[in-house]
Design a protein around this ligand. Sequence first.
Ligand code: NAD
Length: 493
Amino acid sequence: MRHQFNWVNGAYQLASRDVIQVINPATESPIATIDSTPQETVNAIVVSSLQNFSSGVWSQADASTRFTVLSKAANLLRARLHEFINLETRQTGRPIREMKAQLFRIPEWLEYFASLARTHEGCVTPFKGPVVNTLTRLPLGVVVQITPWNHPLLIATKKIAAALAAGNSVIVKPSESAPLSVLEMGKLFQEAGLPDGTLQIVSGYGRETGKFLCESPLISKIDLTGGLATYEAIAPTASKNLIPITAELGGKAPVCFFPSMPIEKGVKAALFASFIASGQTCVTGSRLLIHSEIYNEFVEQLVRRTMSLRLGDPTDDRTQIGAVISRASVERCTAFVSHAMVEGGKVLCGGKPTDVDGKGFFFEPTLIETKPDSNLASNEVFGPVIALIRCESEEEIIRVANATSFALGASVWSNDFNQAHRVAEKINAGIVWINGHHLNDPSSPWGGFKESGLGKENGIEAYESYTKLKSTIINYGQEPTWFDDEVENARYG
Ligand code: NAD
């Protein structure tokens, strides 16, 4: 079994004798070990990153240099996609066909932010008088990015691309459960021409290595994708150190079905929204809100299609449902099902752990008819356990859609154009799709409201969040200033 070192100052380096095993969730076999990086090593890495930033080697590199490096990284990633797809499939247990579709698009994030680095312009404000006030954007400094295991490479690349485009020095701590693809990116960026020390990739547990990084007084921003508890753990120190946090947290996405949508199309949409990544995405369609006019037929078809989904070996191209990330995740899904039944929920299909050839952390795709205020309909499962809720009217669908503490993604399925817009407008969520779900693009701001987070990934907004705005005020007028004797005499003499 190989050991994957941290990527620090342009080389793979051993951080500690304590190692963490990375497990293939579909086979339960260890596939690699990684470092559990201790406090003193974290401190030394942050100091190196700060030296890198202060040297100006990247923070003052011109826009065309940043454009060239990020564009080259996109090309190198494209050339090695096959290798990354296999790695991602093995460490997450997600079906290879999903990883092919997702990874195929990741280079676009590098290209988008490369272009933004090259084209983003400062501005001049309408300042009163003979004054030119220019606004320029400067990089923040050393930024820490804490990423999850569900889309390891996509989420890390989104964040790294925006931060590097803006000229920051970056330290990434990938999830200890699926860090391997992100660790590979160090060498790739070096080959693309990124100066050593500009991107550091550090392994370890969140409660140790992640915490040490986030608590460093030398960092200038934290960008987290993870759970609310993690945000709550890091926020007090960030607040004390006066640094911003971008937080992409959990969700409980409603998927709203109206009678004008043909049932067969709606059912396919529900399968896609709910069961991609075995329900382990922050925008999983985890609450299906179905209008009563179509409810019975919709549910009958959905149950039939769900039961025929092909759960199996994620490396097989035909597999539609892969593993969940860990045994703890299987147990969490089981507990949600038990709780739902105690609350009077009706399990329509699935509901149990399963395996492939006696191995792996698998859970059956599960549909449970439940009430809008049940535990299952209110809390994030992060697994393939989906709440079905019958709603009597458009108003009820909107009310239920907005009834959780989350507000990240939502989708509205209706062929009545007026209705689709009306409902989308009233849903309180950072991302609302009409007749779509999971659609994502580097140009499209991504992030939630309420307990789903703060700030955005993607788009100009993400780039700007990695900068600080500097105002330079140039006085070209001839007016003398105060405390000038000649003027004072002229004025008051
Ligand atoms: P998690 O919060 O357990 O872990 C995320 C990262 O935070 C990991 O790298 C972990 O090591 C680190 N971490 C944990 N405790 C820490 C601490 N005290 N200090 C610093 N770092 C710490 O989340 P997870 O299980 O990896 O991912 C699942 C969660 O992420 C779900 O809630 C999901 O909805 C959310 N998520 C959100 C988005 C989004 O775009 N909004 C995308 C994907 C996942």
